[in-house]
Design a protein around this ligand. Structure first.
Ligand code: AMP
Length: 296
């Protein structure tokens, strides 16, 4: 079922919870626990990555809500917003098939009604990387996520590791604002050749798609180098950049190896770190990342 405003959303959740109570339980819960609500926020143009988040939520909760909202305030580039792929009918069909109970597809004035004047800014982890290259991006993300989490009032919310820095921002704001929601990070879903699934991949032609493979290949190269005994970040970053340079069609914005939680530089990989890359190819901006430094 599709709902477009907050009262309809909350009524639909209440009905679904009531129905779940009657059938006993669902989603891996015992009959004594009250049924839980899982939530997967998305911007639509759904793919297998989104489906994995949805399946996880359906497996772990009695009721799953998925939102589809292309959030204008997180786009620092108006052209990127205008060209963001949208196909609500296809998305809803996919979600129905996956067993999602409620699709929340608000209009911009539901998320930002007249007089809306509160913004959530997360400090620290937003200072670098996406925060640096996309000014205002995380203010838009944090604000819309906080509002969505309060609209749905879920028990658990599912976010992809594909957007690693976003996952850290969401964890931080959930902790700081005492939202009492479990944030579940889900590993990145990739094509067989390594390309991380992304709604923006739809805009890659075949030449650009081939060039884009250099991003995941470079991340793998770092992981393999670490496994082969390289532990100095300088050496590994040199290998990362050398690997990316082999694909001239890529314009790299950043390619770094940093502490997985603080995103601050590290000299040697003795604790969990993350390789993070942002690059444009064929006019499309792509991001990817992967773990390095220890089992994560
Ligand atoms: P988006 O629609 O791009 O805002 O993404 C919605 C959610 O799906 C975010 O939590 C993303 O991190 C997650 N996501 C996007 N792509 C992938 C992927 N390839 N694997 C896992 N999660 C993903």
């Amino acid at each position: 079922m599709i709902v477009r405003d907050v009262p309809a959303l909350r009524a639909a959740i209440a009905r679904a919870l009531e129905a779940a109570r009657h059938v006993g339980h669902g989603g891996g819960e015992t009959a004594t626990e009250s049924p839980s609500v899982g939530f997967v926020p998305t911007m639509g143009a759904l793919h297998e990555g989104h489906r994995t988040l949805v399946q996880r939520s359906c497996a772990e909760n009695a009721v799953t809500v998925v939102s589809i909202f292309v959030n204008p305030t997180q786009f620092n580039n108006p052209d990127d917003l205008a060209r963001y792929p949208r196909d609500e009918a296809r998305d809803v069909a996919m979600l129905n098939e996956a067993g999602v109970h409620i699709v929340f597809a608000p209009t911009p004035d539901v998320m930002y009604p007249p007089g809306f004047n509160t913004w959530v800014t997360v400090d620290g982890v937003t200072d670098v990387l996406e925060g640096e290259f996309r000014p205002g991006h995380f203010r838009g993300v944090a604000t819309v996520v906080a509002r969505l989490l309060r609209a749905v009032r879920c028990d658990r919310a599912y976010f992809g590791e594909k957007d690693w820095q976003q996952l850290l921002v969401v964890r931080q704001l959930t902790r700081d604002l005492l939202l009492d929601i479990e944030i579940v990070g889900v590993p990145t879903v990739r094509e067989a050749d390594g390309l991380a699934l992304s709604s923006r991949n739809a805009r890659l032609d075949s030449t650009a798609r081939t060039a884009a493979l250099a991003i995941s290949a470079a991340i793998r190269h770092v992981q393999e180098s670490f496994a082969g005994g390289f532990t100095q970040t300088d050496d590994l970053e040199q290998r990362l950049h050398a690997s990316l340079r082999r694909e001239p069609a890529l314009t790299v914005e950043y390619a770094v190896i940093v502490d997985a939680e603080t995103l601050r530089p590290v000299k040697r990989l003795t604790s969990p770190a993350r390789v993070l890359v942002a690059a444009t190819v064929g006019g499309v901006r792509l991001i990817d990342n992967g773990p390095v430094g220890s089992i994560q």
